[in-house]
Write a protein that binds this ligand. Structure first.
Ligand code: NCD
Length: 337
């Protein structure tokens, strides 16, 4: 188990979800206890009916102008679980942005109709800007960052830690563990948000394994150094994975390649079934998905592969987060701890 701590309801509750740097250990412990409690309601019709009765008076806008499968569907499903009705825009070309309206004006418009905006866009920092803008208006609805360019993906980091925590619980939890992150560490926003969130745990070591061209960005390197978290950068993939308690594979983010850029050879950083015997017997294998050839489908049946659970965990963590944003988390009874 993670070190026992008193689980207290965070105060104040968050107004927006913008960056993984806004959370502390107390928040994480509370969110995850709440998540595990909430998912038990899924076991019965009465339980699900109760969850649906929590927020049927609320409306959400899913504004996703970058491709998404899991994040979109899990947020949409999380809304349905809580009775929230959800509308969507999945392409700026179908909104008045096509007529020249600024993205800020579009988002302010949504706030006239809904109580929550969940947004994914290619623009780093846009969520913070919109949250600030709306905070100065009569309808300051919560903004949830569901991925902001190559910058941040805080709710993915929250579900990644939840998955790590559950998967590592028999081995004493996340504290003291070595997490190996592999792939496009420079432009992968999930890596950036997860590495920052891991600074809330004690004695964690991160090993970043990538080709030199995809090393972590300078700002992350700086923030991690300041935090005191131990980390190491390497291109020795084989050594890094053999030593790890958890391996977090990621996709090459080639949507951010400059036009005409030479592709980087990443084949040495692919996890295949041939690697399995060399991993720790209780290692955890994760991936935010979608995957390409960096993660062999032959690994899917190995008990250490947790990425399909990680995907489902995402919906429940998002349900819990939405109850907190609307302040109804206290209507879900936490067990005696
Ligand atoms: C990730 C993303 O969009 O950043 N996917 C996700 O949200 N699960 C990872 C990726 O696209 O590579």
């Amino acid at each position: 188990m993670d070190r026992r701590r008193d689980i207290e309801r965070p105060s104040p509750l968050p107004q927006h979800i913008l960056s993984s740097t806004q959370f502390d250990r107390g928040f994480l412990d509370y969110l995850y206890t709440l998540t595990t409690t909430i998912r038990r309601f899924d076991k019965s019709r009465e339980g699900l009916g109760y969850l649906q009765s929590l927020l049927p008076h609320k409306r959400a806008m899913l504004y996703f102008t970058q491709p998404s499968t899991r994040t979109f569907l899990s947020f949409q499903s999380a809304c349905h679980v809580l009775g929230i009705s959800a509308s969507e825009i999945r392409d700026a070309a179908t909104s008045s942005e096509r007529k020249g309206e600024s993205v800020e004006d579009s988002l302010r418009t949504f706030s006239s109709y809904v109580d929550l905006i969940i947004m994914r866009s290619p623009i780093a920092g846009l969520c913070e800007r919109v949250a600030q803008l709306l905070d100065g208006t009569p309808r300051p609805v919560p903004i949830v960052n569901a991925g902001s360019g190559p910058d941040e993906h805080p709710t993915q980091a929250l579900l990644d830690i939840y998955t790590l925590r559950r998967s590592l619980r028999l081995g004493g939890g996340i504290d003291g563990k070595t997490i190996c992150m592999v792939g496009d560490l420079k432009r992968g926003r999930t890596v950036r948000s997860l590495a920052r969130l891991l600074t809330n745990y004690d004695d964690v070591r991160i090993v970043f394994a990538s080709p030199p061209a995809f090393r972590i960005a300078e700002d992350l390197r700086h923030d991690l150094s300041v935090s005191g978290l131990k980390f190491h950068e390497t291109d020795d993939f084989e050594a890094a994975i053999a030593d790890a308690d958890a391996i977090y594979m990621t996709r090459i983010q080639d949507e951010y390649d400059a036009v005409g850029a030479e592709p980087v050879d990443t084949s040495r950083f692919h996890l295949t079934a041939a690697h399995l015997p060399r991993l720790k017997t209780d290692a955890v294998i994760m991936h935010p998905l979608p995957r390409r050839d960096e993660l062999d489908v032959a690994i899917d049946d190995d008990p250490r592969a947790k990425y399909w659970r990680q995907e489902r965990n995402g919906m429940w963590v998002r349900v819990a987060l939405l109850t907190m944003l609307f302040g109804v988390d206290d209507r879900v009874q936490l067990p005696e701890l």
